[in-house]
Design a protein around this ligand. Sequence first.
Ligand SMILES: CC(C)(COP(=O)(O)OP(=O)(O)OC[C@H]1O[C@@H](n2cnc3c(N)ncnc32)[C@H](O)[C@@H]1OP(=O)(O)O)[C@@H](O)C(=O)NCCC(=O)NCCS
Length: 186
Amino acid sequence: MASIIDFVFNRGESKGRLRPIHRNDWAMVVGWWNDPEVRRLFDVHFVNQTFADAEKWFSKAETGEGEQLPRSFVIEVDSKGKWLPVGTAEFYSERPSHKTVEFGFLIGDKNWWGKGIGTETAKRMTKYGLEELGFHRIGAVSAAYNVRSMNALQKAGFQIEGIRKSYVLRDGQYHDQTLMSVVRES
Ligand SMILES: CC(C)(COP(=O)(O)OP(=O)(O)OC[C@H]1O[C@@H](n2cnc3c(N)ncnc32)[C@H](O)[C@@H]1OP(=O)(O)O)[C@@H](O)C(=O)NCCC(=O)NCCS
């Protein structure tokens, strides 16, 4: 059972891991959601968020509930021998009878953007979702201007399946939303 998922990034020079999220992580996550630079890239948490919003978002993802494998993780990086939380990765909107789900990821600590963490996280979560959680399809959405997110997802095997036109209103302008997915082959 994979409750901690290890990975390397920064061209193999740095270590990271995904560990299940806990309630005492939520306040930190809300802080990331409310950072204007982070929020502008989001499709979901685009208005001011509270602890109650985090509770709603993550309530089904807490670990230790029955036999359920975790759906939501904190991304941590090895910083001078200590695990430093830098973001989150989660499955949401699960439809058990269809075995489909949506994937979201976020690096809230902007110092860690563009170092390959998002790509490695998307790869590990895709493998975990398909092989261990048994999903048939994993979907993801990005505002069409969020090139970094789409690049990371494509490297994890996601393909663009469509565009929702004028779906995202940002700074007084409408933008398209890109729909992506990875579907299990067999
Ligand atoms: C999206 C996100 C998770 C990606 O994680 P990341 O660790 O920053 O991404 P990576 O370092 O793995 O880079 C992904 C790709 O984007 C590229 N990239 C880096 N900086 C970029 C920039 N300024 N513009 C466009 N692409 C960029 C990288 O080079 C890489 O592609 P490449 O390997 O083909 O060159 C992270 O940037 C983030 O949290 N953003 C804010 C929240 C968000 O957008 N979440 C996703 C919502 S759907």
